[in-house]
Ligand binder design. Sequence first.
Ligand code: CDP
Length: 806
Amino acid sequence: MNEMTVTREEREAKLEGMGCKRKRVEDIRFTQGKGNYVDDVKLAGMLHGDFVRSPHPHARIKSIDKDKALKVPGVLAVLTAEDLKGVNLAWMPTLAGDVQMVLADGKVLFQNQEVAFVVATDRYAADDGINAVEVEYEALPVLIDPFHSMDPDAPVLREDIKDKKDGAHGPRKHPNHIFEWTVGDKDLTDAAFRKAEVTIKELISYHRTHPSPLETCQCVCSFDKVKGELTIWGTFQAPHVIRTVVALIAKIPEHKIHIISPDIGGGFGNKVGAYPGYICSAVASIVTGKPVKWVEDRIENLTSTSFARDYHMTTEIAATKEGKVTGLRVHVLADHGAFDACADPSKWPAGFFNIVTGSYDFPTAHLAVDGVYTNKAPGGVAYRCSFRVTEAAYCIERGMNILAQKLGMDPVELRLKNFIRPEQFPYHSALGWEYDSGDYHTAMQKMMETVDYAGLRREQAEKRDAFRRGETREIMGLGVSFFTEIVGAGPSKNCDILGIAMFDSCEIRLHPTGAGIARMGTKSQGQGHETTWAQIIATELGIPADDIMVEEGNTDTAPYGLGTYGSRSTPVAGAAIAMAARKVKAKAQMIAAYMLEVHEDDLEWDIDGFRVKGLPEKFKSMKDLCWAAYNAPPPGMEPGLEAVSYYDPPNMTYPFGAYLCVMDIDVDTGVYKVRRFYALDDCGTRINPMIIEGQVHGGLTEAFAIAMGQEIRYDNDGNVVTGSFMDFFMPTAVETPHWETDFTVTPSPHHPIGAKGVGESPNVGGVPAFSNAVNDAFSFLGSTHIQMPHDFWRNWQAAKNLGVIA
Ligand code: CDP
């Protein structure tokens, strides 16, 4: 190419770098059915494993008889906890410092817990084998309500640790207690409440739900007895962590473990943890010498792997009569189910819940979280959010609305009065975080102007009058939410998983003709990394994004990284990509200086190459420099053009957003209609606006699902009553509202390209917007707080409780 014959705009456009609405390159294979998922892996002689699961939520196992199952044609083996004890794998460590049964050891603690693993020549034979395994149970009393977990006469669930006075996170107060975690200044906060002119107190519950990706958790394990090597294809959001954990617990040297995450059909936190299916498949492969596949079905996915939320948050806010907040006090009762398998960085038993002061300048705050066991499935994963940030945002955003209602103030006005001001950044919150950047007032004002907030409030007032006059049975709610997220786990000084520091990585290798390959420690599950990571490199290195191949998910080839969840990819790996590119660029600059016979300092970067300052015709494109790097490097310089960067971020990033939901509810039926939903997101520098929009659409749809119906519900006997898509709300295009998106840009000052995460934000901000809309609709009838999820039936019940229907 002769660079001088094309305009700067054309050169820029050709790169399709940052800021470009580049089409998702991965969609070519996805839309043509050419994706390669775990279930597409078919190996010679492959066997299939499946679980015998407990119908009881709490029971002692008196006996397991495998004899009949082993006679079923095609069944080769039935593993139980006794078999796993022989290889010291009957229990496994959880990410939260607890241990979890791989297969039921003496008792079961939740319905559908894994009891035995049947291995057969195909899935149907495995299923027949499951039906032939005879398990004798003795039912035990069931504990479902977390508020009764620590009763003196509560049944003791975890007999393995019943006498342990200390857990992974400090002292335990009861055999069913896991930890107490406190943050903030209690005395100062109590004093603020004593002095307060106005206070509110409300139990705000965020119900148990589930990430439910369309592709369930699955793996294929293949042990090569001759080489002593284990290869696992799995739906892993963090493949390197899985490799290290397998090496540590299975005692296989790490270089002999190959973890491959192929295409993944959604993760949302569900595919971060280690599950019994992975361990049993690996053991079965080692025992049989054949590859073993395990694929969860939908009911297994919803009922046994990784629930989310289940936080019961007693929320108190102290304020002046004018609406200036003076203190925040929150106590959380956290229902962790049968094992503490929360996927949080090790030091954070309640994740980053201490972001609960939100976007507001609270002078003081205090938080206490008690984790307890119940007879429910383990988990506690970050379902499309950074760790427990969704719960925190819901807590404070409902709390602020309840305070506004008590003060008789508009919820937007209350927020504007209490926002952290732009000049306060970097802002140190009362609960210990340093917010990197933000401009909340501008975002809120843009939202108000775009939607005509004042006009909507006027319309609402008119509708309320009409309702009072009996002219309509429809009520209108405006759900305001303003959230601040904390994403990008994280700085190794305070973030690790099982001792593994949470940096991330990128390796870039440019080829002689000016194309290249880049590999990262992250793993896309639909976020479009193959598209956006190439865009960062395109802008940094002046190589068209189309000429960069992005590869993730193979631990043999990708540099070590901590994976993709909690919107950490852009803040951490995105930074590693820019830093690796800058190392490549530094070498390219030396080559350009040699070729142009000037000092490096006399060169300047110009879109896609270096030119001599003041002499525009003296120019070397990156394409020229790639060729020279291999074929004519300066004397004494090693050939080649590649670099690796491991990036340990100095801080998290703090994206934020202003959302508004306009909802109409028919009080006689509880049927709601989302009339309008506006979402303004600020994720700093925007890499690909179209992908951001897609991420926001997806996150809002999940927020809509959670707020308006999606729930993992147990009856009092411990049965899961929402264990399939018949009962677990999964919105389709029919139910999903129309989304309006908008943005402001406040770059992160410490991120090399100023970017913050975005994938999780709409779920964090969306849920309180929906819930505030429902609560706002009912508020004029005397209601303060209605618990989620707000399905038709609950809305109808709320109307009934408020006396507006007979
Ligand atoms: O960690 P995860 O990939 O789930 O979340 P993320 O870092 O928020 O990124 C989600 C997608 O949005 C990726 O493809 C990012 O490159 C893209 N993104 C963007 O284009 N600009 C941003 N400022 C943040 C994310």
